[in-house]
Write a new protein. Structure first.
Length: 280
């Protein structure tokens, strides 16, 4: 009876929506590749392309702006088990990274090379144009004082939540402006019971991820271990490099990965056109 009822449900007024869902899902799964065939970014960035370099010590946070078209490379020099990132529209920080929509729209919780990072306005904040490790987490969020105490005891240690609160205050924001984050170099999966778990080893020293800004961005980075990572609290140094990446081609692999990605960039184009008219 349950199967019959379900069939009747989708043969009625929701049939068109179900057909569209199945079509988009099938198309997205067909393109769920590792994008290894796409041209990668250079392993070493030429000096004349570098706009900014910073070294972020273990446990600390950083904030800065990245102009549209430039790329932020995050190099996990010290093999920290997770480096957390938040993205905001620099022109209007009420628009910020939306982890749920980013995963839902791309039918994938394993965000790596070729994927996009969406805002809560349906626009693309950044594209992951390179990723030498390939496992990044948007499910669990970053560490907090409570998760640190549970894992490491009562010794006060810096956490991602605390870092983000401090960084937010520097830019006139509050803790209410801190959404769930993306944590790079974090192999988080889901077991058969639906529980989140750390799967395998973390990234080796020198792994990097490139985030190309698709709007002018305000970026927060926290160099604290992921709340599910094993072992002691021992974050190493992270290098941050902002560089002038080449303009994306019309068939750029991030921009054409799925129909949903294409719509995100169409939303960007409309927004940027409006900003241009307002500015003039």
């Amino acid at each position: 009876m349950a199967e019959a009822s379900r069939s009747e449900e989708y043969s009625g007024p929701y049939a068109a929506q179900k057909e569209r869902y199945d079509r988009l899902f099938s198309g997205a799964k067909a393109k769920s590749r590792d994008f290894s065939e796409a041209t990668g970014n250079p392993a070493t960035i030429a000096g004349e392309l570098v706009c900014l370099t910073e070294t972020l010590p273990g446990g600390w946070g950083w904030s800065g702006t990245v102009a549209r078209g430039d790329t932020l490379r995050i190099v996990n020099r010290g093999a920290t088990q997770g480096v957390s990132v938040l993205l905001y529209n620099a022109a209007d920080p009420t628009e910020r990274f939306n982890a749920g929509d980013t995963m839902k729209v791309q039918w994938n919780a394993r965000l790596g090379r070729g994927r996009i990072l969406l805002s809560d306005m349906g626009r693309v904040l950044a594209s992951i144009t390179d990723d030498t490790y390939g496992r990044n987490d948007a499910l669990a969020g970053g560490s907090t004082a409570a998760t640190n105490a549970e894992k490491y005891g009562d010794t006060p240690l810096r956490s991602t939540r605390d870092n983000f609160i401090l960084l937010a205050a520097k830019h006139g924001l509050t803790k209410r402006d801190i959404p769930p984050c993306l944590t790079l170099f974090a192999p988080v999966g889901v077991d058969d019971e639906g529980r989140l778990r750390w799967e395998g080893g973390g990234a080796s020293a020198g792994a990097h991820a490139d985030l190309r800004a698709e709007l002018d961005l305000l970026v927060f980075v926290s160099n604290c271990p992921h709340p599910l990572s094993p072992g002691a609290y021992a974050p190493g140094d992270v290098d941050l490099i902002v560089w002038a990446s080449p303009p994306p081609a019309a068939d750029d692999f991030c921009r054409t990965a799925t129909e949903e990605a294409k719509r995100g960039f169409e939303n960007n184009a409309r927004y940027l056109a409006l900003q241009g008219r307002v500015a003039s």
